[in-house]
Design a protein around this ligand. Structure first.
Ligand code: TRH
Length: 365
């Protein structure tokens, strides 16, 4: 018997597309794969428009305004990233005895395992609220991964014609064995100019594909580097872009996870937090993946992350050298990225873990 029939997800957009990106991806998976009735409440329709396609796959998307029409709560209510549920929602949850989950941000830090999925009693309501932490290892909530994503990825990678067809339908030129293809999604602070400059004299032509909300289709040339500004893709098509490139620059949380699942070399532009908290997070992640790479490739990857996120303040100041060296290590970076992706795919995905946890909570009440 399916104990969980309905889930509400509340998403307050802090900025950019990651909050809604994660919430939409999870909503969609819960509705499509787990056949759950999902309502997604989001407070920023502009960001939502960028991410949520017209076909909502059965998910009911509502605008979370100050006065919210919320009569009955779902079996499970997910408060994404501690977004603070309105009193009215909590009251409806009390009436229903809903399972209350605060879905937190992803981190590779060790403390995540000790804080994940520990229910805490909420004295004023009598409800139990649980912090649910995504993560990269057993004992954490895992990462969002659709059931069939790796199947689709592998089929796409084995189908060159299919890749070319996808590329030409999305303003991306066909595969050329001679060219190095890079996707680029980063924050303003990343040293993009320095990176492109250092590629000008690289021993292989480089093509950079840069999806953007404002991007109109255009191509700029800098030496032997071609930069394609392409329209912002759907989440599904963004996966295809990551799969078809040789190297992916990603950021935040959701594109970062997708790049890992792509099994292609990637560089993460981490979201900056107060007091350098992001640097601790970055270093925990690099430490976690290090054993999946050979020593030299990993060292170059770490240098690249340092340069991309901190302007080389921690490890190296030799920007030019670092980029080119890393690109020469692509075969090593590729096998490391694939090892890491295989490891991630051996873990239970986040939606399954979340449902298992919620079922246990429901049977206890
Ligand atoms: O956009 P991001 O920087 O988002 C976030 C949020 O800002 C959040 O506040 C912060 O806490 C978090 O980062 C860490 O990066 P992210 O998480 O990668 O989200 C981008 C989303 O956009 C993701 O779902 C992938 C999607 N996307 C597309 O669908 N098409 C595209 O063409 C691109 C480039 C991305």
């Amino acid at each position: 018997m399916n104990l969980i029939k309905s889930i509400d997800i509340f998403c307050a957009v802090v900025d950019h597309f990651g909050d809604i990106g994660v919430c939409w991806r999870l909503s969609r998976q819960l509705a499509v794969e787990h056949k759950i009735s999902v309502r997604l409440f989001v407070d920023d329709l502009e960001s939502a428009k960028a991410i949520i396609p017209e076909d909502r796959c059965g998910v009911e998307v509502s605008y979370w305004a100050k006065c919210l029409d919320y009569q009955a709560a779902a079996d499970v209510v997910i408060e994404a990233f501690g977004c603070h549920l309105p009193d009215q929602v909590v009251a409806a949850m009390c009436a229903k005895r809903s399972v209350w989950i605060d879905l937190e941000y992803l981190s590779a830090e060790d403390w995540v395992k000790t804080c994940h999925a520990i229910p805490s009693y909420h004295p004023s309501t009598g409800l139990t609220k649980t912090l649910f932490f995504p993560g990269f290892e057993m004992g954490t909530g895992g990462v969002i991964r659709e059931n069939d994503v790796i199947l689709y990825r592998n089929a796409f990678l084995g189908d060159r014609k299919g890749q070319d067809f996808w590329r030409t339908s999305h303003s991306v030129p066909e595969i050329s064995d001679n060219c190095l293809d890079i996707s680029l999604f980063s924050y303003q602070t990343a040293p993009v100019g320095q990176f492109i400059e250092s590629l000008k004299n690289f021993d292989q032509p480089v093509r950079i594909f840069r999806p953007g909300r404002e991007a109109r289709q255009s191509v700029e040339r800098v030496g032997s580097v071609e930069i394609y500004d392409i329209p912002f893709l759907s989440q599904v098509d963004y996966d295809y872009l990551l799969w078809t490139c040789d190297l992916n620059f990603v950021r935040g949380e959701d594109s970062f996870v997708r790049a890992q699942l792509a099994g292609k070399p990637f560089v993460w532009n981490i979201y900056v937090q107060d007091e350098g908290a992001h640097l601790v997070k970055l270093s925990a992640f690099l430490q976690k993946i290090s054993c999946f790479y050979d020593e030299i490739s990993f060292e170059r990857l770490a240098n690249l992350h340092d340069l991309w996120n901190e302007g080389g303040q921690i490890l190296t100041k030799q920007g030019q050298d670092t980029w080119v060296k890393a690109l020469h290590s692509l075969p090593g970076l590729k096998s490391g990225a694939r090892n890491w992706s295989d490891y991630l795919c051996d873990q239970v995905d986040l939606s399954t873990q979340l449902l298992e946890f919620a079922k246990v909570q429901i049977t206890r009440t």
